[in-house]
Design a protein around this ligand. Structure first.
Ligand SMILES: [Zn+2]
Length: 221
């Protein structure tokens, strides 16, 4: 398993190559999109390790989620005409703690390191989920496509690097591949339930993004 720093540096390198391709390629994109592609690829390269309970990606992602939830709760309080002082002191902090530790704990219980989160179908789920979310924001399709593919590309770079570290054995203790070899760049996980659920989610996301696929097919054919 590659370390956080290795994934981060790989994400930056792949992200830079992807942003240069976007800037020089023939596609009509918003001038800001190559910068966002760089950020998206770099973030995508860290995402698979969300399944590692004590990892930096896990604590950063759930801290950001808690901050975003806290900000929304604060805005909700602001919109109320009269709110007692104890509601102000209870609602936003409770939302922050619930998201960071409550939802974070549930996520930890539902995931296993190097389980379905380290798999090719999950890379597809993440890519299509970003695509759907950005589509709802009303961004132009080319930009939506570039940004969602960049996150998926970063995600795949993480899986490839994990497999390389498992195959090459950089620690020098043994010559053969590590036990973890084959558990990152894979199509399934040891849990049949997690695998079935992920393919179900992937199918649902393909269906919800059908309009975009139709657009790509029309351009290619
Ligand atoms: Zn990993």
């Amino acid at each position: 398993m590659a370390a956080f720093k290795a994934h981060f540096l790989t994400g930056l390198s792949v992200g830079y190559a992807a942003s240069v391709a976007c800037a020089l390629g023939p596609w009509e994109l918003n001038p800001v999109t190559p910068f966002l592609v760089f950020a998206g690829t770099s973030a995508g390269a860290l995402l698979p390790d969300l399944d590692s309970d004590n990892s930096t990606p896990f604590s950063v992602a759930f801290s950001l989620l808690a901050m975003a939830g806290g900000a929304m709760a604060f805005l909700y309080c602001l919109r109320q005409s009269v709110l007692p002082w104890y509601a102000w002191s209870l609602i936003p902090p409770t939302v922050v703690l619930l998201l960071r530790y409550g939802v974070g704990w549930v996520f930890q219980q539902c995931t296993v390191h190097r389980g379905i989160f380290h798999s090719i179908p999950m890379a597809g789920v993440v890519t299509l989920a970003v695509c759907l979310a950005l589509g709802y924001l009303g961004l132009p399709r080319n930009d939506v496509l570039a940004l969602s593919v960049s996150v998926g590309l970063g995600f795949l770079s993480h899986l490839v690097l994990d497999e390389l570290y498992s195959a090459v054995n950089f620690d020098g203790k043994s010559l053969g591949p590590k036990k973890s070899f084959g558990t990152a760049l894979t199509l399934t996980s040891p849990s049949a339930l997690a695998t079935t659920g992920t393919y179900g989610l992937l199918g649902m996301l393909v269906y919800l993004n059908l309009e975009l696929f139709d657009l790509i097919t029309r351009r290619v054919l």
